[in-house]
Write a protein that binds this ligand. Structure first.
Ligand SMILES: [Zn+2]
Length: 456
């Protein structure tokens, strides 16, 4: 090859792709993919997190262990500036809980209290159950709900549409004098697995205990009501909210060689609900962020911009990690090129969703087109798409303050079957899916770090 003939082409390419022509990025991408599948580092990290630490609700000793463990793993991978940024978090504890049908026939009910719920009075409470299928049905029932346990038997219509019953149901029922509120678990299928999740009270209304029951139990009670049978239940919940506890976001970096002040954040949340192992939600997200950095580091790749892994605390019941990070890092916002979050399980990544908040439609379309141009070749081995969309709960506070967000969308065909339940365990994670996800994230982050692309 004649170097002289190639020079004009190289110069033109350099203006668009800075230090990394597409073919170089493509080669780096293939190396990272091969290394991810060879080492399976994300899979072995997730096994440890799940099996040896377990579920990790905010303020729990297990989350403290996970915070220490993640820092150790980042240091072992050669990341720099590894540290924990302290955050005070809510401390909700489930306590003992049980539910039993007394009428029309004795029947033990499987349930999980909702995060933030108060407990029942000492010794539990016993009341008749009334089943409704919507907030409108509750309104029609009105004061007839007084003194009752209201069960919202609402079929799953997608997480976003159905979760409002879990979040708001207790106060809606309390408004009419109900003594407790039960929800049909928010999920498409069930093997008698209740799904917990966060709820919130309207401050001016009485706080009543609230829990999720399984699809099996919820539909059972609906059938009883349709037959005109009296449903009577004894409910016991030991839930309580303790004083806020110390926790932390975990941070580690690969410092950029040429533009160290320009930062790309790779993130997932280290906390989980207090059941199962938090494997999909969001153990899988946290380990692929750590693994992406490890792949880049171990292959000797040198990102021009800084890659910063952030593992959030308290996504599930307070979002204090994301809020504290926004407040502590405002001065850096102009230098954060993108804040990426992965929080939809361990199945294969399908798309990267660019979230530019309140930017104009034209600005969003233009930024998306640039992203496709600059990263397209490097990302070819993974067959992912680039779209406009949402980013993530933890990066949300930053994104609303103007930082470009990126959400990783995973296939999630079974994610909502198991998330927030006892069934969210390691055995359901596919090893090759996790390697694929680590490699695709490493490639995306590295290619973006080699470019001069800014989204706004
Ligand atoms: Zn999550």
């Amino acid at each position: 090859m004649n170097p002289g003939r190639c020079l004009p082409t190289l110069l033109a390419t350099a203006s668009l792709f800075a230090q990394a022509p597409p073919e170089a990025l493509r080669q780096a991408s293939e190396r990272m993919k091969a290394e991810a599948f060879r080492t399976q580092g994300a899979y072995s990290d997730l096994a440890w997190l799940c099996d040896r630490i377990g579920h990790r609700l905010a303020g729990s000793p297990q989350l403290d262990q996970a915070i220490a463990w993640a820092q150790g793993r980042m240091k072992a991978a050669g990341l720099t500036n590894v540290h924990a940024e302290p955050v005070m978090v809510p401390r909700w504890v489930r306590g003992r809980e049980s539910a039993e049908l007394l009428l029309p026939t004795p029947h033990r009910i499987n349930l999980l209290g909702l995060g933030g719920s108060v407990g029942t009075p000492e010794g539990g409470l016993t009341a008749d159950v009334v089943v409704v299928g919507s907030f409108d049905e509750l309104d029609m029932l009105g004061d007839a709900a007084k003194g009752k346990i209201v069960l919202f038997d609402v079929p799953y219509q997608g997480y976003g549409r159905t979760v409002v019953y879990r979040h708001d149901g207790a106060s809606k029922a309390a408004k009419y004098g109900a003594v407790a509120a039960l929800m049909r678990s928010v999920g498409p299928v069930s093997l008698d697995t209740p799904h917990t999740g966060v709820m919130d009270y309207v401050p001016v209304l009485p706080k009543i205990p609230t829990a999720a029951v399984t699809i099996e139990a919820s539909t059972l009670m609906r059938r009883m009501q349709q037959r005109g049978e009296r449903i009577r239940m004894k409910l016991e919940m030991g839930a309580e909210t303790l004083p806020d506890a110390p926790s932390a976001n975990v941070v580690g970096e690969i410092r950029g060689t040429e533009k160290p002040l320009e930062v790309i954040i790779l993130s997932g949340h280290l906390d989980s609900w207090d059941v199962g192992q938090g494997a999909q939600d969001d153990g899988a997200g946290t380990v692929i962020c750590m693994e992406a950095a490890r792949l880049i580091q171990s292959l000797g790749l040198k990102p021009r911009r800084t890659l910063r892994v952030v593992l959030w605390t308290n996504e599930e019941n307070g979002l204090r990690g994301g809020l504290a990070y926004r407040d502590a890092h405002r001065a850096e916002f102009r230098d954060i090129v993108a804040a990426l979050e992965t929080d939809s399980g361990s199945e294969r990544v399908k798309s990267f969703d660019l979230d530019l908040g309140k930017a104009s439609a034209e600005a969003k379309a233009s930024a998306l087109a640039s992203l496709k141009t600059i990263l397209g070749t490097a990302m070819e081995p993974f067959a992912v798409t680039f779209r406009l969309g949402g980013s993530g709960a933890d990066v949300g506070p930053m994104v609303r303050a103007g930082v470009p967000g990126i959400g990783m969308e995973h296939a999630a065909t079974h994610y909502f079957d198991i998330h927030h339940s006892q069934a969210d365990t390691f055995d359901k994670v596919d090893k090759d899916d996790l390697a694929f996800n680590a490699a695709v994230l490493a490639t995306f982050a590295y290619a973006l770090a080699q470019s001069d692309l800014r989204f706004q």
